[in-house]
Design a protein around this ligand. Structure first.
Ligand SMILES: NC(=O)C1=CN([C@@H]2O[C@H](COP(=O)(O)OP(=O)(O)OC[C@H]3O[C@@H](n4cnc5c(N)ncnc54)[C@H](OP(=O)(O)O)[C@@H]3O)[C@@H](O)[C@H]2O)C=CC1
Ligand SMILES: O=C1O[C@H](COP(=O)(O)O)[C@@H](O)[C@H](O)[C@H]1O
Length: 503
């Protein structure tokens, strides 16, 4: 670890309070911050350092994964937090900030470093980067780095324009684009599993894998973010970034001991091999949905169009499912099904890999059959399950599922933001999105955005509390496939509802 000033734009905002301060606190507890690490929080509102520290303390008490019960260590942690007023558009505020940073650095030794973290609205990314350069804040004695939150652009063109502007102030090596799904511990394991485990390494290809199913379901609706969400929808909010990153992490084939550059180069190769969707095909390969009123965990919830702030007749997508294919020797012929949505049956991000049945003509399992699956539970639970088709000793001639399970307790697992901030402080870009990946993701998604604009893809309603529109099942059924685990989850949640009502 090196002496670093962490300059946080948007220090009073939701993300800082819910994710960034708790992550820093847990890094501090794990002795992963340098003794000269300090934070300068920024925002327009007036706050004394003490009031800022009190806000940070509240945030760690409310959101830290570990309980906060040692006041002495909390005091030591908070000592390094300062606050400065800064309005993004006021150039003089950057000069005051520079003075404050230099004062802070005086006690730090020979080459203090500067990390600029932009936890503000995307409209501010460009002016902040340019003001950092103009004001001299970018001329750190040690290194300088820019950590930038999503969304990175609104479409291909705006993402390219933003990147061009950022590159006037920071080089690609200095830019750390956050995609918090890349910080999730199980996602960080995916490449290691297939690289180091001889069984998985041998099976990781189209000879043995029938299909891959990636789901990120949420039970929450649009909440207080109508203004943002109604302009982005599930395609931009989740699919273009998090879901495609999951696909890349699963599909990369890495040589042993790969460097960060190799990881990112291989991810780029996957994106380049991702077969583009022809305009005429989009309606058959992409399902767009919007939730209507329904019930989640026994509680009625309103439909999207009745949510506060959503304009009447909005055609925004709250659900996306798509069928993707990769044209390379490892994955040719293996469909990757991806779906994500709000107000779904359960909060869960998981990857299900279905293996081929070697001796069968149609090598995927039928709906009433037992498939051989490898399941990565990414969040909120963490785990791996191998489901094997086995003889059912109680019913001659029948089969049952046998499970080999591994799960971890969530308190022991570092939060995504802990992993990512730690890596950025170390200058390790492995789990940040390189510009190549971001640009290729927008390129792949852009024809779908165009089709949505032209309204050539139907918008299917789905009741809140389901797994999305029925058309998403048909997407797989056309190939003789099924979303695995949905019916098991239906059964479990119905059982727990019955138990709750008995109780
Ligand atoms: N919240 C979340 O869960 C997630 C957020 N993100 C991204 O993180 C970023 C921040 O989101 P979030 O924290 O939710 O946003 P908030 O609206 O909660 O916070 C915005 C912050 O920006 C500051 N700010 C606003 N205008 C100015 C200005 N003109 N000059 C200086 N500071 C300003 C505000 O402080 P003040 O009012 O004092 O000026 C506040 O600290 C966004 O890009 C968002 O897309 C990404 C993933 C998840
Ligand atoms: O980036 C985002 O992610 C969250 C879901 O994140 P998770 O870690 O809880 O799975 C999503 O709710 C939000 O709309 C999106 O902007």
């Amino acid at each position: 670890m090196e002496a670093t000033t962490f300059v946080l734009f948007g220090a009073t905002g939701d993300l800082a309070r819910r994710k960034i301060y708790p992550a820093l606190y847990n890094l501090f507890l794990d002795h992963k911050l340098h003794h000269s690490f300090s934070v300068i929080g920024l925002g327009r509102r007036e706050l004394a350092d003490e009031a800022f520290q009190a806000m940070v303390e509240r945030s760690i008490r409310d959101f830290s994964r570990r309980e906060v019960n040692d006041s002495a260590s909390v005091r030591r942690f908070l000592k390094s937090f300062r606050y400065n007023v800064l309005d993004v558009g006021h150039t003089e505020d950057y000069l005051k900030l520079l003075q404050r940073v230099e004062q802070q650095e005086e006690s730090m030794g020979s080459s203090p470093n500067r990390m600029f973290y932009l936890s503000v609205g995307p409209e501010f990314f460009e002016p902040i980067a340019l003001n950092i350069k103009e004001s001299g804040l970018g001329a750190a004695k040690g290194w300088k780095r820019l950590v930038i939150e999503k969304p990175f652009g609104h479409d291909l063109q705006s993402a390219q324009a933003l990147n061009l502007k950022l590159s006037e102030a920071f080089s690609e090596d200095e830019i750390f684009r956050i995609d918090h799904y890349l910080g999730k511990p199980m996602v960080q394991e995916l490449d290691v599993f297939q690289q180091t485990n001889p069984v998985l390494h041998a099976l990781w290809n189209n000879r043995y894998i029938a299909n891959v199913q990636i789901t990120a379901g949420e039970t929450v609706g649009v909440e207080e973010r109508a203004g943002y969400y109604d302009h982005v929808g599930a395609l931009r909010d989740m699919f273009q970034n998090h879901m495609l990153q999951l696909l890349m992490m699963l599909a990369i084939r890495l040589p042993k001991d790969s460097s960060a550059d190799e990881v990112r180069y291989k991810k780029k190769e996957v994106m380049e091999a991702l077969e583009p969707l022809e305009e005429a095909d989009i309606q058959f390969k992409v399902i767009r949905g919007q939730y209507t009123a329904g019930t989640i965990k026994g509680k009625p919830v309103p439909g999207y169009l009745s949510e506060p702030g959503i304009p009447a007749g909005s055609m925004n997508d709250t659900f996306i499912a798509a069928r993707l294919t990769i044209d390379d020797p490892f994955w040719k012929g293996v469909p990757f099904y991806i779906r994500t949505g709000k107000r779904m049956k359960e909060k869960s991000t998981r990857i299900v890999i279905e293996f081929k049945e070697p001796l069968k003509q149609n090598s995927s399992a039928a709906e009433d059959d037992i498939p051989n699956l490898l399941v990565f539970e990414i969040s909120p639970n963490e785990g791996i399950t191998l489901q094997l088709k086995a003889r059912d000793p109680q019913h001659k001639g029948k089969f049952k599922a046998m499970h080999i399970d591994f799960h971890t307790r969530s308190i022991e697992v570092p939060e995504a933001y802990e992993n990512l901030i730690y890596d950025a402080l170390h200058g390790d870009p492995s789990f940040f999105a390189h510009w190549n990946e971001v640009e290729l993701s927008w390129k792949w998604v852009q024809p779908i955005l165009n089709a949505f604009d032209k309204n050539t893809v139907p918008l299917h309603p789905y009741a809140a509390g389901t797994f999305g529109p029925a058309e998403s099942n048909q997407l797989l059924a056309k190939d003789g496939n099924h979303w695995w685990l949905d019916s098991a989850i239906e059964e479990v949640s119905e059982l727990s509802l019955r138990d709750a009502s008995n109780f």
